[in-house]
Write a protein that binds this ligand. Structure first.
Ligand SMILES: NC(=O)C1=CN([C@@H]2O[C@H](COP(=O)(O)OP(=O)(O)OC[C@H]3O[C@@H](n4cnc5c(N)ncnc54)[C@H](OP(=O)(O)O)[C@@H]3O)[C@@H](O)[C@H]2O)C=CC1
Ligand SMILES: CC(=O)N[C@@H](CCC(=O)OP(=O)(O)O)C(=O)O
Length: 343
């Protein structure tokens, strides 16, 4: 059994890790932290976990974390980077769900996150945890930076087009909408039910902090820098991301449906839908799955790709466990066979 610690266990991604790991056959959560809830039993705060865990939240303590095989950080940015250098030096392996190690350029990170990067020397060592792109490097990684939720949906949606040089890489567009759990559990007026319900709005149009991460990874698919216009939206629901991606085709003769099906044929968590069927957020809710479909409307030169995920599962905690399975040499799908919850 791998010994697992979770830093930030009271947040939405932390409790989603607990839900998914409760049924995992080869991993046992032995430590879970929260400064606000230290001393409280996990199943008192989250009664859905009664009978699955005999654990209480503790204050974060790097010495205890270092005794675990894998430490997940489900914390806001600028938390993991304070502890990760010491944990790696002590031999632990770290899976960071935050943005601390996703952007390889420390100055670029600072520009978007508004703070200095204090662990820049580990940025080159960190592996970007998108298994569909970096599986081999994840296997031996000591530090994995899990992708953000919007990036996961957009990167999986655009990879086949960029990797095969089929679109204009300088004028890519992503219009994506997320449920409110994407913003985390801490109280914010903008995410109150009374503010969100019955409404739909764009935000971050002038620049969202996921942009540098998405462009960095798209550039690796393309083999050269790319430009993306990214517009996120807030949906009046709890879970799910729907990304609609637009690109101008430079090669009109390729069978794109066949290309997507071939690209993802062996990927257990990417489902390319048959032509004419469109993905929905509810058909991936609770599942570690990205559903994708594409169309070329009127046979013109714009391809439209639709990509859906559950932001808390394939967009965060499910993907983090997928990474853990790869790092530990376990079957990649272990503990991740949940079917989406309908209706
Ligand atoms: N929500 C989502 O859909 C996704 C989130 N992410 C990323 O995952 C991370 C966690 O997100 P989410 O679960 O939504 O966040 P939440 O705000 O819901 O939870 C944050 C957790 O971190 C703990 N925490 C906060 N500050 C510190 C600190 N200084 N030291 C130690 N622990 C701290 C909190 O507990 P306490 O304060 O009691 O210690 C809490 O348990 C974020 O970086 C987020 O951007 C990534 C993909 C998707
Ligand atoms: C709906 C909503 O507010 N979503 C969040 C997603 C942020 C997130 O998960 O970001 P990191 O993992 O990169 O920190 C936002 O747009 O800021």
């Amino acid at each position: 059994m791998a010994r697992i610690a979770i830093v930030g266990g009271t947040g939405y991604t932390g409790v989603e890790l607990l839900r998914l790991l409760a049924a995992h056959e080869a991993a046992e959560v032995v430590a879970i932290t929260s400064r606000a809830e230290a001393g409280r039993r996990v199943d008192d705060l989250y009664p859905n976990l009664r009978g699955f865990y005999d654990l209480a939240f503790t204050e974060p303590d790097d010495k205890l974390l270092a005794e675990c095989d894998v430490v997940f950080f489900a914390t806001p940015h600028n938390v993991a980077m304070q502890s990760v250098p010491g944990l790696l030096a002590a031999g632990a392996r770290v899976i960071d769900l935050s943005a601390d190690y996703r952007v390889r350029d420390a100055q670029l990170w600072s520009r978007w996150y508004g703070e200095p990067h204090t662990s820049a020397d580990l940025l080159q060592q960190a592996v970007y945890g998108l298994p569909e792109a970096n599986r081999e490097r994840i296997r031996d990684a000591q530090l994995v930076a899990c992708p953000g939720c919007y990036p996961t949906s957009i990167l999986l949606g655009l990879k086949p087009l960029l990797a095969n040089d089929l679109v204009d890489s300088q004028h890519l567009i992503a219009s994506a909408a997320s449920g409110a759990s994407g913003a985390g559990r801490q109280a914010k007026i903008d995410n109150l039910l009374t503010e969100v319900d019955g409404s739909f709005k764009a935000y971050g149009v002038g620049g969202h902090r996921h942009l540098p991460e998405i462009e960095q990874e798209l550039a690796l698919f393309a083999g050269h820098p790319v430009q993306l216009t990214f517009v996120p939206h807030l949906l009046p629901m709890v879970r799910g991301i729907h990304a609609t991606l637009f690109a101008t085709l430079t090669d009109a003769h390729r069978d794109l449906q066949a290309l997507y099906e071939e690209t993802y044929a062996d990927e257990p968590f990417v489902d390319v839908l048959p032509a004419g069927m469109f993905p929905q957020t509810r058909t991936v809710r609770g599942a570690n799955r990205c559903q994708i479909s594409l169309q070329v409307p009127q046979g013109r030169d714009t391809v439209v790709v639709m990509s859906t995920i559950d932001n808390l599962v394939k967009g965060a905690s499910g993907q983090a466990i997928q990474n853990m399975n790869i790092m530990l040499g376990l079957p990649e799908t272990m503990g991740l066979d949940q079917v989406a919850l309908l209706p």
